[in-house]
Design a protein around this ligand. Structure first.
Ligand code: GDP
Ligand code: MG
Length: 211
């Protein structure tokens, strides 16, 4: 058997989006509900067979905290692939993901393959997010009603609530079109249920072989 191609990958994204959980799922097939937060960065490796070739992934799982930001280029500069992770139930993490994309486009190497992972997809199905969505809908409806009736004073508290709630879900189409516009490929993942976890690495491996 031929020696596998060794390719370096990096996971980037906000704290708590599930980077460590994704890599743990991919490498060990496990999930822990209370994953310890990563200090600095952690290293993993996993071999994948794609058609008749094997790719050995050497993966850097970064911490995501702002105080470790200056270390990030060390991990993404040499990377053949970068998985940028956000939490589908938290828009702020999507904004952070876009920042990573920008940084990689500006400072990373031009041929790094970028994948966008919308993680915690299982929560979308569990109703946690649909409850939020329905509340959002009710708020918007109420606000527009107040506007129509010119009773602004009643609408104001709801406008305020909408402004301070930043954990509204990320709209799927938005992530999809963002990925398309920026040359990334997008997948909804769940480290918890294992949905698309192997698939995202498999897709990366396929693209790596192609280049
Ligand atoms: P990191 O800071 O990006 O490495 O995130 P972690 O992997 O430490 O995960 C943060 C928290 O989110 C942990 O409590 C995980 O159990 C949880 N988590 C990670 N991935 C998922 C997922 O796909 N679904 C759900 N429901 N929780 C997840
Ligand atoms: Mg971590």
């Amino acid at each position: 058997q031929i020696a596998p191609e060794v390719r370096e990958g990096v996971l980037l994204g906000d704290v708590g989006t599930g980077k460590s959980s994704l890599v743990l799922r991919f490498v060990k097939g496990q999930f822990v509900e209370f994953q310890e937060s990563t200090i600095g960065a952690a290293f993993f490796s996993q071999t994948l067979a794609v058609n008749d070739e094997t790719v050995k992934f050497e993966i850097w799982d970064t911490a995501g905290q702002e105080r470790y930001h200056s270390l990030a280029p060390m991990y993404y500069r040499g990377a053949a692939a970068a998985v940028i992770v956000y939490d589908m139930t938290n828009v702020a993490t999507f904004a952070r993901a876009k920042k990573w994309v920008q940084e990689l486009q500006a400072q990373g190497s031009a041929n790094t393959i970028m994948a966008l992972a919308g993680n915690k997809a299982d929560l979308l199905e569990s109703g946690q997010v649909s409850a939020e969505a329905s509340l959002f809908h009710h708020h918007c409806y109420f606000i527009s009603y107040c506007v129509k009736m010119e009773i602004w004073i009643y609408a104001l508290p709801f406008c305020f609530i909408r402004c301070i709630t930043n954990n509204a879900f990320v709209i799927l189409q938005e992530a999809q079109s963002y990925a398309q516009e920026n040359g990334l490929f997008f997948m909804e993942t769940s480290a918890k249920t294992a949905v698309n976890v192997n698939d995202i690495f498999y897709e990366i491996a396929k693209r790596l072989i192609r280049v």
